[in-house]
Structures are given as C-alpha cells and as structure tokens.
Design a protein around this ligand. Structure first.
Ligand SMILES: Nc1ncnc2c1ncn2[C@@H]1O[C@H](COP(=O)(O)OP(=O)(O)OP(=O)(O)O)[C@@H](O)[C@H]1O
Ligand SMILES: O=c1ccn([C@@H]2O[C@H](COP(=O)(O)O)[C@@H](O)[C@H]2O)c(=O)[nH]1
Length: 242
C-alpha cells in the first residue's frame, strides 16, 4: 500500500492576481469577503510549504487604457493604474495580517511611507522565511501591464511557475466572455498563444516567459480550491509552456 503523502508540484510560485478578481460580485473596487476568500486559498498553499510571491493587478480600480482614462496623457493614466495596484496590495496585506499570514508589500514606485521599495535580495529572503511577498506598482513603468510585472518578478524570484489567477478557467480559442462557444485548451505553447493572439495574457509577458522557459498556468480564482489543485499538479486550468 502506498502511504506517501502527495507533495506540491512547485516549490516557489508567482501568483498573478487579477485586480478584477478582488471585486467579487461588485462592479468596482475591493470586495472584502472576496479578498478574505482569496487569502484563505493562499494560506492553504502556504501550509504545504510552498513559497508564494504575488503580483496584483489594478483593473478593479483603474486601467490606463480604459474609457475612464480617455483623453488623458497615457503615461499619467498608467501611473494612476500602478497606484491602484498599490491600494490592492495594501488591502491584500491587511487581510493576510488578520488571519496571521506574514506578508510584505514591495512597490516598484517609491512610496516609502506606504510600502517598502522593491529590493530583489530582500524579497528572496522574505520568501525563504515563509512570508508572502506582494509586489505592487507593476513594473514601475508606464506602457506595461501587471502581467508583464508577473513575468519579470517571476523570473527575478526564480519561481517554478507563474500562476495567472483570473476570471476565466483557462485559455480559450477566443475570449470566452464574448464567445461562449470558445473551447478551452488543456495546454498550449507560448508561440501558439502569441500567433493566435489569445489575449488572456499580454504578448510582452508571454514572450518574456517563453524566452526564459518559465511556464504559465491560467486558472479561475473564482473556483473554490483551484489554487491548491494547481499547486498540487492536478488537472486545472491551462498550462502554457515552450
Ligand atoms: N483566448 C482567451 N482565453 C481566455 N481568456 C481570454 C482570451 N482572450 C481574452 N480573454 C480575457 O482575458 C481576461 C483575463 O484578464 P484579467 O482580468 O486577468 O486581466 P488583467 O488585465 O490581467 O487583470 P486586471 O483585472 O487586474 O486588469 C479574461 O477576463 C478573459 O475574458
Ligand atoms: O507595469 C505596469 C503595470 C501596470 N500599469 C498600469 O496599471 C494598470 C493596471 O494594471 P493591470 O495589469 O491592467 O491590472 C494598467 O492598465 C496600466 O495602466 C503600468 O502602467 N505599468
């Protein structure tokens, strides 16, 4: 009889949390119950000994390319978008603190009264100490996205995988929100995702991950227990790899 306990498939992960995932059923902002549920899911994988770094999006508050930003200088709109991710990061950290999950926020924009600056070595040490590191303000540069920040920080942190937690349960042949007949891939290559313009993740992020051979798993953060199933290597979401 095999009594071995199943072990996580990954030692260190970069979880990209869509800002919109924090809205829950609301149409805007941060839904407290939703944040608490996501934090509980993160805690479930931390107790398995998995090191967790998070890049948080800002789409629930502000997007540089959204209609709300129309007419604005693009770089200014993007800085507003990055500041939105800082708000999400603080809300996430607060919820982690309330359940005793140690975490640190590091910001790519200098905002030292609010969050530590991004320092790679320090972030690595926090991960080794079992703290969640939440990366805020994306890459710190306008004209980028938090998906690209996830690829970048994932590479810098030497993670095993980028887990893109979003509203849909994987990569589809077309946007499933607008094409209900679209089919989900179980796995596909970066080149296929880029050539077919499957916009679940932006092309810059996909290219970075492809070049560094960093796999990406796309899954739904709204599906209870999905994060743990992904971490345990179970069949969940879509794997994008070389
Ligand atoms: N081929 C595709 N397969 C799956 N999803 C797709 C595809 N094309 C477009 N999408 C859309 O991509 C979206 C993923 O975006 P998500 O909300 O995670 O965006 P984000 O910009 O990373 O996050 P944020 O909400 O923080 O701005 C899904 O809502 C989905 O509707
Ligand atoms: O590196 C970055 C990351 C983000 N932005 C701006 O922030 C918003 C919100 O990020 P999402 O990835 O859409 O969640 C984004 O639309 C950009 O305006 C940025 O400029 N640089």
């Amino acid at each position: 009889m095999d009594v071995s306990v199943p072990r996580p498939a990954y030692r260190r992960i970069l979880l990209k949390l869509s800002g919109e995932a924090l809205m829950g059923e609301d149409s805007y902002g941060i839904n407290r119950a939703t944040v608490e549920r996501i934090v509980a899911e993160v805690k479930d994988v931390m107790v398995l000994g998995v090191q967790v770094a998070i890049v948080i999006g800002g789409g629930n508050i502000f997007r540089g390319v959204a209609p709300a930003a129309a007419g604005m200088d693009r770089a200014t709109a993007d800085y507003i978008g990055m500041l939105a991710t800082v708000m999400n990061a603080l809300a996430l950290q607060d919820a982690m603190h309330r359940v005793g999950l140690p975490s640190r926020v590091q910001s790519a924009l200098n905002i030292e009264q609010v969050a530590e600056p991004y320092i790679r070595g320090k972030a690595m040490r926090y991960l080794e100490e079992g703290k969640v590191v939440i990366f805020a303000a994306g890459t710190g540069n306008p004209f980028f996205t938090t998906d690209t920040a996830a690829a970048l920080r994932g590479m810098e942190m030497n993670v095993d995988v980028v887990l893109k937690a979003t509203k849909v349960d994987g990569v589809y042949t077309d946007d499933p929100m607008t094409h209900p007949d679209a089919m989900r891939y179980q796995r596909l290559t970066f080149d296929e995702a880029i050539i077919r313009n499957l916009r679940v993740m932006d092309a810059t992020a996909l290219t970075l991950c492809r070049d560094q051979k960093l796999p990406v798993k796309v899954f739904s953060i709204f599906k209870p227990g999905a994060l743990k199933r992904v971490v345990m290597g179970e069949d969940e979401g879509t794997l994008v790899e070389c």
